[in-house]
Design a protein around this ligand. Structure first.
Ligand code: GDP
Ligand code: MG
Length: 166
């Protein structure tokens, strides 16, 4: 199995940490230039019978100027073309205005979307359940997967779930 996966989410939710964890090299940080229009390969995870190509999708946020508007369109086209979108949120921060904007964009594409709730090492399990309930109301996520990218909790499970959608 092989396919393209785009990881989106507000800054600092842990996208690079997750990639570094699953790929095991510090490559995500190297290509982590914000405000670029080209979509780059951020990392490739190759296993015996599968390959996941992670694509960097900058610009999927509320545009502040005309150029931002163009980049938004580029980002949105990328989301249409990949096999799967991972929408990553920070469990600690919860729902924010940036999320609302991204969810509106997700409603315009057909690509399956997972909600990845990161930094679960920082939140009480009861609070995590409430957060998940809240997000379930907002969008029909194909899967909701709580992880800690830092500690590696559930990251293997997430990779397995990704594979089943490729
Ligand atoms: P990005 O902007 O989405 O790529 O976020 P980064 O991967 O750069 O992470 C932002 C910050 O959050 C860094 O200080 C990470 O160490 C921290 N971080 C990422 N994942 C976790 C996690 O699962 N738990 C905790 N406690 N911190 C995390
Ligand atoms: Mg990053």
């Amino acid at each position: 199995k092989s396919g393209f996966v785009s990881i989106i989410g507000r800054p600092n939710v842990g996208k690079s940490t997750f990639l570094n964890h699953v790929i095991g090299q510090k490559i995500a940080i190297m290509s982590d230039k914000p405000q670029t229009t080209r979509n780059k390969v951020q990392g490739v995870l190759t296993k015996e019978n599968s390959q996941i190509i992670f694509i960097d999708t900058p610009g999927i946020h509320k545009p502040k100027h005309k150029l931002g508007d163009f980049m938004m369109k580029v980002a949105q086209n990328t989301l249409k073309e990949v096999d799967l979108v991972l929408f990553m949120i920070n469990a600690e921060e919860g729902y924010g205005r940036g999320d609302e904007f991204i969810i509106e964009r997700l409603k315009t594409i057909q690509t399956p979307v997972f909600l990845v709730v990161n930094k679960i090492d920082q939140i009480h399990p009861d609070k995590l359940l409430l957060l998940i309930e809240q997000y379930k109301e907002l969008y029909p996520f194909k899967e909701i997967i709580p992880i800690s990218a830092l500690e590696g909790t559930n990251t293997t499970r997430l990779v397995e779930q990704i594979k089943s959608y490729l």
